[in-house]
Design a protein around this ligand. Structure first.
Ligand SMILES: *Cc1c(COP(=O)(O)O)cnc(C)c1O
Length: 401
């Protein structure tokens, strides 16, 4: 059966198609590191046509490949792009593979200052070692971006975008940035971890590659670490596959199986958690001890209009300031009774992070303040609970301030 669904939630709930047929209702875990050949001739043929049939799990496995293709189908749903997916060992591995596949020594990589912390470190400590220059820009400033793209015509450029961005949920205009990139023949890589393909599909705007930390919403249950690279062109996919194979940052049959199980409810979770986040953001906005709430779904958010244009819902991440000082934020965190203090996001339960002391600890205070990451800012990854229960926990924790 090869049904083409008209609705993305049906694709989420479905079992991805395996390249070889099996009788099981649910795909089994292909716990094998090696695949055997019928004959030496078949072995030679299979080796020559890589990536293709299965040889060795570091090269590919029926479980990892079918799940990678399912995510590629989700990211390209209702777009003009076909999409080729590759599962990796983590979101960081997905970024490394995607960025080294699109660039070559001597290229320029243009990106924003408010990336996921690990991504900024990866760029400065590893990607630059490949002879790639990294330029940090305010990507919402089209004039600055165009100037950078126009400069030094002799070198190829790639733009790396993360939207919404951590932790102020700044949204960047995918349509206008991709249009500028096309004009100057620059490549575009988008980290779509916060939005997922349920809320935003960068291939609609002409992205060359999309990556995810599947550790977050795609898996959604906090039981697996992983990443995915989705390429718009087969040539780019083949380069990415080779890097993954040789670096050995492939996923494995167990994580692929967990990712797929979690993904069945991706559409339900994103919808419910986004609605919860909007409800909570609206309530917090009128709280006297909360000076600021950052949520793209609020009219007061500086990039509300961009989010409305390019996202289906506003996502399940928000941030807000409590009281006025670092001490206020710390005592707020310590008084929370239900919400977990944990450095991740995108799971079924609500998680709280204090950016100034956790994710952005190594960022100097003046730069933190420039990006709106004040000492009293709290980040919330809103879960599936009843939003009034989350609010009650926040309100009791804030009461003493
Ligand atoms: C978590 C995260 C990553 C890194 O993913 P890992 O799975 O932890 O390697 C990259 N980008 C974003 C936006 C993230 O939230």
């Amino acid at each position: 059966m090869d049904i083409k669904f008209n609705h993305i939630e049906s694709l989420c709930a479905s079992e991805p198609k395996l390249s070889n047929s099996t009788e099981a209702h649910k795909n089994p875990i292909f716990a094998s590191s090696t695949f055997k050949f019928e004959s030496i001739e078949e072995g030679i043929e299979i080796f020559q046509s890589q990536p293709g049939k299965h040889v060795y799990t570091r090269y590919g496995n029926p479980g990892t490949e079918s799940v990678a293709q399912k995510i590629a189908d989700l990211e390209t749903f209702d777009t003009q792009t076909k999409g080729y997916g590759l599962l990796t060992s983590s979101g960081m591995a997905a970024l490394y593979v995607a960025l080294t596949a699109v660039t070559e020594t001597g290229n320029l990589l243009i990106t924003q200052g408010n990336l996921y912390g690990g991504t900024t470190e990866l760029l400065h400590k590893i990607i630059t070692k490949h002879g790639i220059q990294v330029q940090i820009l305010d990507l919402s400033d089209e004039f600055a971006l165009e100037t950078a793209l126009k400069s030094r015509e002799d070198i190829n450029k790639t733009i790396l975008i993360e939207t919404p961005a951590n932790p102020t949920l700044q949204c960047l205009n995918l349509k206008s940035i991709c249009k500028l990139a096309k004009t100057y023949h620059a490549k575009i890589v988008v980290d779509n971890t916060f939005a997922t393909p349920i809320l935003q599909r960068p291939f609609n705007f002409g992205a060359d590659a999309v990556i995810h930390s599947t550790t977050k919403y795609i898996h959604g249950h906090g039981l697996s670490t992983g990443g995915v690279v989705i390429c718009a062109e087969e040539d780019l996919f083949k380069k990415a596959w080779e890097i993954m194979k040789l670096v050995g940052c492939n996923s494995n049959p167990y994580d692929a199986w967990l990712i797929n199980t979690g993904m069945k409810t991706l559409s339900l979770r994103m919808t419910h958690q986004s609605n919860n986040a909007l409800y909570i953001a609206q309530k917090l906005q009128s709280h006297p001890k909360i000076p600021k709430v950052n949520y793209p779904g609020l009219k007061s958010h500086e990039t509300h209009a961009i989010a409305t244009e390019q996202m289906n819902l506003y996502g399940a991440m928000l941030s807000f300031s409590v009281g006025s000082t670092l001490d206020d934020a710390m005592s707020f965190c310590n008084r929370l009774q239900y919400c977990s203090l944990a450095p991740s996001l995108g799971e079924t339960d609500t998680m709280v992070l204090h950016p100034a002391s956790m994710s952005h600890l190594r960022v100097p205070a003046e730069i933190r303040n420039q990006y709106g990451i004040t000492d009293n800012l709290i980040r919330l990854s809103v879960g599936l609970e009843h939003p009034d229960d989350i609010l009650a926990d926040i309100e009791q924790a804030i009461a003493i301030l």
